[in-house]
Design a protein around this ligand. Structure first.
Ligand code: HEC
Length: 253
């Protein structure tokens, strides 16, 4: 009898948990921002051993502790969304057109920060290189997984294939709509950081371009075709090229 009651409570909680994710009032922009922020920090904390630990297990540098990395990612985020952006603007804001670019930019800030930190992550104090496999795209993917679990909002990092170079991870291949948008970004004169969004089937779908920064070149730059650290051939991207996009689908009701 007692057991049944507990089962009922558990079932009710599960039901509330599941329906609470997608149904009900639209969430405020600050809510989504905080879930993304927490996901970034949690993933960094959980991977601290990979990111910032010497072979003997001690910490290499204070610069790569989760809060410090998040601060740097946030600086990058502010640069991407513009100087006049204030988080206060997101408070009470339920317009998915405003929220989606913010989420994509914060994730992008995190990825670029991890790209810049590759040297620290993989180099031991004695100068030897020990690959830790904490790659920006992998960090992005597990952060997205965490964020989606918390909010029910799907996100993805995606990329077109280049001649002779398919996506490194087939999981990142774009769907038809994403491919169309990524091709638009490649049109000459496309405004820097400008994303594209549409309302469709109770969703607001949005993609923001991802650019090749200096830190990306060791793995995605030249010599073209030559294998980088992780065994993938370098695609020959140049500084400032569009490497792909971050795609978000927010509920729009
Ligand atoms: C240390 C090497 C390394 C660095 C530095 C690096 N990447 Fe990658 N990148 C990879 C690997 C490995 C994958 C495949 C990841 C996976 O399995 O999901 C990848 C995948 C990607 C993808 C997904 C598309 C695909 O081909 O699967 C994008 C987009 C991307 N990287 C962009 C960037 C950008 C932008 C930067 C710099 C901000 C960057 N990367 C820095 C190694 C790197």
């Amino acid at each position: 009898m007692k057991l049944k009651k507990i089962h009922c409570i558990i079932l009710a909680l599960v039901f509330l948990g599941v329906t609470g994710v997608n149904a009900g009032m639209p969430k405020d922009g600050m809510y989504y921002f905080n879930q993304m922020k927490d996901s970034v920090i949690e993933i960094l904390e959980e991977n601290q051993i990979l990111i910032n630990t010497k072979q003997d297990g001690s910490i290499k540098t204070e610069k790569l502790k989760p809060e410090a990395v998040y601060k740097r990612a946030y600086k990058m985020f502010k640069k991407i969304v513009g100087k006049d952006f204030s988080l206060k603007q997101l408070k009470g804001e339920t317009n998915p057109e405003k929220i989606a670019p913010v989420l994509a930019s914060l994730l992008q800030g995190g990825r670029v920060t991890i790209a810049k930190a590759q040297k620290y992550i993989n180099t031991e104090p004695d100068g030897t290189v020990k690959l830790k496999k904490f790659v920006p795209a992998v960090f992005g993917r597990i952060t997205i997984d965490r964020f989606t679990k918390k909010t029910g909002v799907p996100m993805k990092q995606t990329s077109l294939s280049r001649e002779g170079f398919p996506q490194r991870n087939p999981y990142n291949a774009p769907n038809e709509w994403e491919a169309k948008i990524l091709n638009k970004f490649l049109e000459p004169g496309w405004e820097l950081n400008k994303g594209i969004g549409v309302f469709e089937e109770n969703e607001y779908r949005y993609v923001k371009p991802i650019y090749v920064k200096k830190g990306c070149l060791i793995c995605h730059g030249k010599p073209i075709g030559e294998k980088g650290h992780y065994g993938h051939p370098r695609e020959g991207y140049k500084l400032g090229d569009i490497r792909g996009g971050i795609s978000v689908a927010l509920p729009s009701h």
